[in-house]
Design a protein around this ligand. Structure first.
Ligand code: PLP
Length: 455
């Protein structure tokens, strides 16, 4: 569908290339190959400015959990804009959408995660977390506990704090990251790094790196460990089942805080409200964003346990954002949570949609290019390999085969993303069984074309 009165694609692309700097893009390349312009979306399908219809295998950026086109959210936004388009939550003021959303999140979150500090995004929320855990330990009389342990190839956002917590080498290479007081241990990526170990042994070994790092630094200097329950942007890396129980044991033993970054895994992505529930872990803080509003409005935050919140509350926490708890974003998030809950979307993911995806996606494992085809809930990945038996990587130019595959995927009207030579998907949670099957048919065709291309 081309929108009426919209200039032709080439004209829009030229304007875009001239003035719009895109994230994570070599922008001068846009002058040669213009950006794809998305004009409309409904359910799990996107329409571009040339009228092509694509299955959105990535739910935008892992966020459109309830799918596109839910008018209830537009109406919630319009209602709130008419009533109170903006007010802040600083200086002992509040408004109804922010307080109701905080209360709703406290109800949904496990254990005693009963307090919410709002931000505009996942990155901002993780910046909040850095300051909050350090301030927590300062108020506990242990100001030396400042170091935060994170993981290589983890992703926690793009601000100075979020990018530092993340373990993305390409990000650290630019702009002086990481900031001081953040260190990284290895990821639980058995397929890529497990060698001859069993997944179970490897999961334990990688978890025990946390203990080794705590001992090396001195537990009295360690504030927290942060990790995604399932690494998303790192390539949908699903940890061995032994990993999280061992992490929980170590966190408990040394009394450090556990921050679960649930920006992707929250709000149903794993078939539970939060990925932490899927793995049985007990974080002190959870980072949230994305699925909180299904991406219809920018909003993020931290859900904080009683003990940390009460300690922080003893003093003024000199921190906050103009848009912390923005009323329109909060109203939209509330409506999104209502839909997730009343339509039983998350239960359906756990009992039907995710098992169907696991079976359909898993069938790609027989393809000659595929070393593994795995999923957890509604996030899934393929490892592309030149040799299935040895789990080998493609030589030179890391990322090239994945990039080629992604381009064929677009050509087949399927949005799949690549991380190096891993192909990843995380579709809207409301995707039907028929659309999962169609997605997998397009993915297989894409793999066939990529294989032909290599020969
Ligand atoms: N944390 C995780 C696990 C993420 O996947 C992301 C974004 O992809 C972020 C944090 C950053 O969120 P935002 O892009 O909203 O700042």
């Amino acid at each position: 569908m081309t929108l009426r009165n919209t200039p032709p694609t080439a004209e829009l692309q030229a304007l875009d290339a001239a003035h719009h700097m895109h994230p994570f893009t070599a922008n001068t390349a846009l002058g040669k190959k213009g950006a794809r312009i998305i004009t409309h979306a409904e359910g799990v399908r996107l329409t571009d400015s040339d009228g092509a219809e694509l299955i959105d295998g990535m739910a935008g950026l892992w966020c459109v959990n309830i799918g596109y086109g839910r008018h209830e959210l537009a109406e919630a936004a319009a209602r709130q804009m008419r009533e109170l388009p903006y007010y802040n939550t600083f200086f002992q003021t509040t408004h109804v959408p922010a307080l109701q959303l905080a209360a709703k999140l406290a109800e949904l979150a496990p254990g005693d995660l009963n307090h919410v500090f709002f931000a505009g995004s996942g990155s901002e929320a993780n910046d909040t977390n850095i300051r909050m855990v350090r301030q927590y330990w300062a108020l506990k009389g242990q100001p030396e506990r400042r170091t935060i342990i994170a993981r290589h190839n983890g992703y926690h956002g793009s601000t100075m704090g979020g990018g530092s917590l993340g373990g993305m080498a390409g990000m650290h290479a630019q702009g002086g990251l990481p900031i001081p007081g953040i260190v990284h241990i290895d990821q639980p990526y058995w397929y890529g790094e497990g060698g001859d170990m069993t997944p179970a042994d490897f999961g334990l070994a990688r978890a025990r790196q946390l203990e080794e790092k705590i001992i090396e630094l001195g537990a009295e200097n360690v504030a927290a460990f942060i990790a995604e329950p399932v690494q998303g942007a790192g390539g949908v890396i699903i940890p061995p089942e032994t990993y999280w129980p061992e992490i929980q044991r170590i966190v408990d033993k040394y009394g450090i805080l556990l921050i679960a970054d649930e920006v992707i895994t929250g709000f149903g992505r794993t078939g539970y409200w939060f990925g932490s529930q899927s793995y049985g872990i007990r974080p002190h803080i959870m980072t949230i964003a994305k699925g909180l509003s299904s991406g219809y409005q920018p909003i993020g935050g931290s859900i904080i346990c009683d003990e940390v919140a009460q300690t922080i509350g003893q003093d003024e926490f000199n921190h906050g954002y103009t848009y912390s708890g923005h009323p329109v974003a909060a109203a939209v998030a509330l409506e999104n949570l209502r839909i997730l809950q009343e339509e039983d979307i998350i239960d359906r993911v756990r009992t039907h949609t995710a098992p169907h995806l696991a079976q359909a996606w898993g069938s790609l494992a027989d393809h000659p290019l595929v070393g593994e085809a795995v999923s957890r809930g509604m996030m899934a990945s393929l490892a592309l390999t030149p040799d299935k038996a040895s789990r080998a990587r493609f030589a030179a130019d890391a990322g090239t085969v994945g990039y080629i595959c992604r381009e064929y995927s677009f050509g087949n009207n399927l949005v799949m993303r690549h991380v190096g030579d891993r192909m990843i998907i995380a579709p809207p949670l409301v995707i039907s069984a028929a659309d999962i099957d169609e997605l997998v048919i397009r993915a297989r065709k894409t793999l066939d074309q990529t294989l032909d291309h290599l020969h």
